[in-house]
Structure formats: C-alpha cells, structure tokens
Design a binder for this molecule. Sequence first.
Ligand SMILES: [Zn+2]
Ligand SMILES: [Zn+2]
Length: 175
Amino acid sequence: MIINISELLSTPGKSVDYQIPIEMDAFCVGGESYPFIKKEMVRLNITNTGDREITISGRIEAALAIPCDRCLEEVVTPFSLDVEKTVDLKMSDEDRINDLDETSYIDHSSLDVDQLVSNEILIHFPMKTLCREDCKGICFKCGQNLNLGECGCDRESLDPRMSAIRDIFKNFKEV
Ligand SMILES: [Zn+2]
Ligand SMILES: [Zn+2]
C-alpha cells in the first residue's frame, strides 16, 4: 500500500503513527516467489525531524513459505523485523538508492509500504532453508520425499554409464 506523506514532509516536527496492511501476496526475488503465510499490519511511526529529514521506525511481523533446500517441502519462515531508518530528503531519490543500495520505497510525497517490507525481508532472507537439520531430501530417481520413508530405489548406482559397464562385465563373467 502506498501512503501519502506529503503533508508530513512539509510540516517540521509532525509525527504520525500508521498501521498499514501488506498488500502483496508473495515476496518475489530472483524470479522466485514465496507466498505469505502470515502478515500482520505493519506498524510505522514516521517523524519529520525538521531539516528535511524524516525518521521511520516500526515493526514488520510476517511469515513466508520457503521450500526446503533438500526436499522442497514448504517451511514456514517467520520474519519479525524492527525497522529503523533515517531518510535524508535533501538527497535526490537516485543518490539515496545508491547510498542505501536498495530499491526506493519513498519519494517526495509517498511511501510504498510493500516496497519497504520487500527491502527488509530481502536483507533478512535466510541463506539456507531446511525443514529440519537432518532432512534426507528427495530420491533422485523417483522423487519421493525420503523423510516420509524409503522408496526402495537403488541409489547406489549413481552414474547410469557406470551401471551399464557393470552389466557388461557381469554378462562377460557369466559366459
Ligand atoms: Zn527438507
Ligand atoms: Zn526412489
């Protein structure tokens, strides 16, 4: 949701509390899309400190479904994030993006809450997601989730070319 902050920006000393819903259904990054399992209202306090500067403080409570790196089962991954930002409005939007190395969520009149949330989740996105530490993954032959039980596939013969050679060898011996 985009909120209009033009009045706040033009009134030094003004401070406003917001509760804003997250509107996007999923967090998207690198061509992947992770659906929100939980999203609470984003609580934000935005204060015009005077001197063309605003502070944003708030809290994001949400959870995403992220596939396990090994078995691809969805793992509910919570995000409880504190937001503390100071935005220097004297800088151009472009300079600010370069400075913060993030996509701009704010301009001279509005603040894009979904974009702010996306930026924060990206910073805190886990490098690795496992459904459990000893996840057994999936069988590379039949695709069964091995946490749910053995499928009975022979996973010893890793390379099909090797097993072909072994078969030839076996036939040769039988002759
Ligand atoms: Zn797993
Ligand atoms: Zn299998």
